[in-house]
Design a protein. Structure first.
Length: 304
């Protein structure tokens, strides 16, 4: 889990090399200033990555947001797409896509958006997501919520997250992960199969996890993360589905002492994570559509 974003950055660099000789239509180059799928790249291979942080190319203060993604929101978001992944914007919102394996022979395919405005205690984010009934058959991960995107050597301790996540594997990899889960738990990288909530605060090793009914993903829902100083609450259509103590603090720093703030993110990839990304076979492409994203003070941000 912790290493997922670090490998995404390395894979993005590999995409640069591959595109030079293979004519890749969508190289998804993770370099600062590069535009991909109508969005500015987050620049995961920028200077801050050397200090262990792969957040947005530039940050904005925490503020109220209401985005329907009819067109690419290039000012307030950036992308960390890698490999043959894609983002599409239109009347329904933003659709994240990863190809079937035979169409995307690349070590790691990941479609992702990261918000530039930071997310702080006292705020709520609500994401409206269309049902993906075939997601439970997908080999890969998807998720939405908040993270500080630290990948430095201390990330097992200082990584902060509060998100909804799906982790799918329907073959040998899943069985191996089950067998080795006690070891992964000791490393702070245990990720169960299915759909779940995950929370981690800087200074803790093992994330807090609560499994959800994965059939939730087959229908349209509003998913919300409400963060306070002592608790973080998760909601589906306004109903509380999980409350955790020790929420992310938003105060972690990278190895150079620079702040690593929290920000909203949504992703979809085609690899199994335990704890490193292992590409899995998918006979069909997979998509996820977010129709709306709202962020703001908890007292005024709706949960629906």
């Amino acid at each position: 889990m912790v290493i997922r974003k670090a490998v995404a950055a390395c894979a993005g660099f590999a995409a640069v090399v591959a595109s030079a000789g293979a004519g890749i239509a969508d190289p998804n180059i993770q370099l600062p200033g590069v535009v991909d799928d109508q969005m500015t790249n987050c620049g995961a291979l920028g200077p801050r990555a050397l200090a262990g942080w792969i957040g947005s190319d530039y940050q904005l203060p925490a503020r109220t947001m209401d985005e329907t993604f009819g067109t690419a929101p290039a000012q307030e978001w950036c992308t960390t797409d890698v490999g043959y992944s894609s983002l599409g914007f239109g009347p329904e919102g933003v659709t994240f896509g990863v190809p079937r394996t035979t169409d995307g022979l690349f070590p790691y395919n990941n479609a992702e958006l990261v918000a530039r405005p930071t997310f702080t205690s006292g705020q709520t984010m609500t994401m409206n997501i269309k049902g993906a009934p075939d997601m439970v058959g997908h080999n890969g991960t998807t998720g939405w919520g908040v993270s500080n995107r630290l990948i430095d050597p201390r990330a097992l301790l200082d990584l902060e997250i509060a998100w909804f996540m799906y982790n799918g594997s329907h073959g040998a990899l899943g069985a191996t992960a089950d067998a080795l889960s006690p070891v992964a738990n000791l490393l702070g990288a245990d990720m169960p199969h299915g759909f779940f909530l995950m929370v981690k605060r800087a200074g803790t090793l093992v994330p807090q996890i609560k499994l959800l009914d994965e059939s939730i993903m087959s229908r349209d829902h509003a998913y919300a993360v409400e963060m306070g100083d002592e608790y973080v609450d998760f909601f589906v259509d306004g109903e509380n589905v999980g409350t955790f103590r020790n929420p992310p603090s938003g105060k972690a720093i990278d190895v150079l002492g620079n702040p690593a703030p929290l920000a909203g993110q949504v992703w979809l990839d085609g690899s199994f994570w335990f704890p490193l990304p292992i590409p899995e076979y998918n006979a069909q492409p997979q998509t996820l559509t977010v129709t709306r994203y709202r962020q703001g003070p908890s007292e005024s941000t709706p949960l629906l």
